[in-house]
Design a protein around this ligand. Structure first.
Ligand code: ACO
Length: 328
């Protein structure tokens, strides 16, 4: 039986208006612009308006992706939203988005794999289309990380921002589309990066809130070491699975957590800076939205063109990691 080539039909992005700069953070915690830029590469991040939640950001990015794909919402068969900051536990953010878009024919669910969520969701969507079960799937990475960030903790509050990126996944011409996926997880590292409160283990109570369990916690040094290791290894694995080598990469689209982590991946892949998309200086780490935001910008700016070989690679809480080779 012929294998259906599956790829990206359209991309879209949305970031909130408000900017939180390093200078703003200097007024909030004991830090400074020089430290943040030299240790992370981040200069500012976007912060959602109090009236906005994750589904609102997802909605704006999805409208743009649908328009770019030349499709209407009622042509969608499935919506997958990758997020760790859903509007609420349930209904899922994907269901809230389905209603907002008027995507009446589509199924909808959220997927939780932290910053790797978008790559996990792309792999899931690709599987559904390859089996012939669905034709058009909206895949969104959207986050309001500002809502789970402790702005009195300088170890974390300098890193995160809000935003959304979306793509429509469907059948593409022969020779294009996803060539490989690598997905991984190591639950033994779950404590390195988590939000422990508000679930069934530590339900929200006045005490859990007083103890700050509703905020993201992170062991930055250990996550850093893990990230450097898996970014390189999963990127190489995805290339090998696709039958391609480092020289075939036109553009690396990495998760945007720390410029030093991205630089180590570039070194391992022998890639010059102009073959890598970096936008964390403007948006910080937007978890599952980082990769689709970077992809949508690269397409908008003409840096990613039809036929280009893209390598997407990410890591995150779980711990999780993932990579994919895509001929755009
Ligand atoms: N301003 C000034 N000083 C600071 C700040 C700050 N914002 N934050 C920490 N420091 C201090 C520390 O207290 C420490 O001081 P000490 O030596 O007196 O103890 C010193 O700076 C060095 O701290 P380190 O933690 O060693 O700094 P490092 O160079 O490792 O950078 C960072 C910290 C940026 C957090 C880095 O470890 C990192 O990027 N880790 C990866 C984080 C990441 O990728 N998270 C992904 C999240 S993905 C997801 O699923 C949400």
């Amino acid at each position: 039986m012929r294998e259906i080539p599956v790829g990206i039909l359209g991309t879209g992005k949305y970031v909130p208006e408000r900017r939180l700069t390093n200078q703003d953070l200097e007024q909030m915690v004991e830090t400074n612009d020089e430290w943040i830029v030299s240790r992370t590469g981040i200069r500012e991040r976007r912060i959602a308006d109090p009236a906005q939640a994750t589904s609102d950001l997802a909605y704006e990015a999805s409208l743009r992706a649908l328009q770019a794909a030349g499709l209407t919402a009622d042509q969608l068969d499935l919506i997958i939203v990758a997020t760790i900051t859903p509007d609420m536990f349930f209904p899922s953010t994907a269901c809230l988005l389905q209603e907002r878009l008027g995507a009446k024919q589509s199924a909808a669910f959220d997927l939780s794999a932290a910053c790797t969520g978008f790559i996990y969701a792309l792999a899931t969507a690709t599987g559904f289309i390859k089996t012939g079960m669905y034709r058009h799937i909206l895949v969104v990475g959207a986050e309001c990380l500002s809502r789970i960030t402790d702005y009195s903790d300088r170890n974390t509050c300098i890193l995160f921002g809000d935003g959304a990126g979306a793509v429509v996944v469907g059948e593409v011409a022969e020779g294009r589309g996803f060539r490989s996926f690598v997905l991984g997880a190591d639950g033994s590292g779950g404590e390195l990066l988590r939000m422990a409160g508000g679930g069934s283990r530590i339900p929200s109570t006045a005490q859990s809130v007083a103890e700050g369990r509703h905020f993201l916690e992170m062991n930055g040094r250990d996550v850093f070491k893990f990230a450097v290791r898996v970014m390189g290894s999963s990127a190489e694995e995805a290339l090998a699975k696709a039958g391609l080598g480092k020289n075939d990469i036109d553009l690396l689209i990495p998760h945007q957590a720390n410029v030093r982590i991205i630089q180590s991946a570039m070194e391992r892949l022998d890639l010059p800076e102009d073959k890598c998309v970096i936008n964390l200086d403007r948006y910080g780490n937007v978890s599952s939205a980082s990769i689709p935001l970077a992809l949508a910008e690269a397409v908008e700016e003409g840096r990613a063109k039809e036929g280009d070989c893209l390598l997407l690679v990410g890591f995150g809480g779980g711990l999780t990691w993932g990579a994919s080779v895509l001929i755009l």
